[in-house]
Design a protein around this ligand. Structure first.
Ligand SMILES: Cc1cc2nc3c(=O)[nH]c(=O)nc-3n(C[C@H](O)[C@H](O)[C@H](O)COP(=O)(O)O)c2cc1C
Length: 420
């Protein structure tokens, strides 16, 4: 079925940035797809494009003023938001983002957003210094924590002549994000298994071998899969994060326990292995605490190899999930190493992080990844782990909904009984 925005109502907020000219193309794409689009143009936005162009393309009155007697009687700010299925701010200026983050209501756009009970999508557009500014980054984090969806920004040349993060995503990409927002839970009826966090391999009852994984990326992916309608099991190593809403979370400690929990969760259609599973475990787990004794040399710990959970799940077998995605943290030759791992472990896609001093992803809220397949790779610029998770889920949904990858063809995606 072709995805379209037929009969949807979109409220588009255009704020003051040079990228406002791109929102004219966005209006055209939305209209062409059969949706109704009403626009709020801020005073800043109106410095860059005229209300007349917006009205002509949207075929609707353009709303600019909070205190307009005419607008407020005909279509008040509350109705503007209530009659929309979704609100999208594109471009979203640093100023408008700050207002939303802090609950300001001093113009029509910010008042409508504050009074809204609708999902909000935001396409930021600004100079790279403005984007990188701690104030903006803090505001973005606040919005994401409130469940507002970010579209971009992208990296590249900005209109002010500087290069970096801050360029508004292209209208086609924003339109694509809008489409995926309206896909009716594209993963409904699919079963997904996600592993997350570190493993703790006991040396004795009080000590263990662990690692710095926080589990944030895996938890974000589990939540994004759930939002997309999947039936999700999250097998988590020790992580200081609460069980995500709606997800069957199984807590484990060791790699062996994680493998058992994963195998019990099969069959699944999708497996995403983000857990940092310890490669080794102490050969013998002492049942009593190893005592430190004066004049004794430190104890030697001999190690045994742990099961490779990703490789086990991806191994050809009747129980193999149709789509197996691995995560690889690499310190060097990131693409080559990720590709070698992908081939060796027989998975379909590897998401690779570069671990450097400058980009330590462990525990951070942001991530910078490369999507690696056998013959291709794609870099996703630094973004919040939630954004990366949502982008990955959009990719998975597209893959699964692509007729080339369905049962009759290569991927043999298994639809389980849809839980109504
Ligand atoms: C030429 C010019 C270009 C601008 N481009 C941007 C921009 O791309 N992003 C941004 O956040 N602010 C930009 N600004 C600043 C905003 O227009 C300004 O902060 C304004 O108050 C935004 O108001 P609004 O959010 O209500 O639209 C620009 C200003 C000028 C004069």
């Amino acid at each position: 079925m072709k995805q379209s925005l037929e009969n949807k109502s979109i409220l588009l907020i255009i704020s003051g940035g040079i990228a406002a000219y791109k929102s004219l193309e966005l209006i055209r794409l939305i209209k062409k797809s059969g949706a109704n689009v009403r626009c709020i143009l801020t005073k800043g936005g109106a410095q860059f494009i005229t209300p007349l162009s917006v009205a002509s393309l949207s075929e609707e009155q353009v709303y600019t003023d909070l205190f307009s007697l005419k607008d407020e009687t005909e279509m008040g700010h509350i109705r503007l938001s209530r009659e929309a299925d979704v609100i999208i701010a594109a471009p979203a200026s640093a100023n408008t983002i700050a207002k939303i983050a802090h609950g300001r209501a001093d113009n029509l756009a910010s008042t409508t957003l504050l009074a809204s009970d609708k999902p909000i999508l935001i396409a930021p557009a600004m100079n790279p210094e403005m984007w990188d500014n701690e104030a903006t980054q803090g505001n973005i984090q606040m919005l994401e924590q409130r469940g507002i969806t970010m579209i971009g920004p992208a990296k590249g040349d900005t209109a002010c002549g500087e290069t970096g993060m801050g360029r508004m995503s292209e209208p086609e990409e924003i339109f694509g994000a809008l489409l995926s927002f309206f896909y009716e839970r594209p993963l409904k009826g699919y079963k997904a298994l996600v592993t997350a966090g570190p493993t703790y391999e006991p040396i004795d009852p009080v000590r263990f071998i662990g690692n710095r994984s926080s589990g944030k990326q895996g938890y974000a992916i589990a939540s994004a899969l759930f939002e997309a309608g999947a039936d999700v099991t999250l097998v988590s190593g020790p992580a200081a994060l609460p069980d995500p809403v709606g997800i069957n979370t199984i807590r484990v400690e060791t790699a062996d326990e994680m493998l058992n929990a994963c195998q019990s969760a099969l069959p699944a259609d999708i497996a995403i292995c983000t857990a940092a599973v310890s490669d080794w475990a102490p050969k013998d787990n002492k049942t009593s605490k190893i005592k430190k004794r004066r004049n004794h040399t430190p104890p030697a710990i001999s190690l045994k190899e742990n099961p490779d959970i990703l490789a086990r799940l991806a191994k050809d077998s009747p129980n193999r999930p149709d789509l197996v995605i691995g995560f690889a943290a690499e310190t060097e030759d990131i693409l080559d190493n990720a590709r070698e791992k992908l081939a060796r472990k027989n998975c379909d896609l590897m998401v690779a992080n570069e671990i450097t001093e400058a980009e330590n992803v462990f525990g951070a809220d942001q991530n910078h990844v490369h999507l690696v397949t056998l013959d291709d790779s794609e870099e996703w610029p630094r973004a919040s782990k939630k954004t990366i998770a949502r982008k990955l889920v959009v990719r998975i949904a597209k893959h699964i909904n692509n007729p080339k990858n369905n049962k009759e063809n290569t991927l043999n995606v298994r639809r389980i009984e849809a839980a109504e």
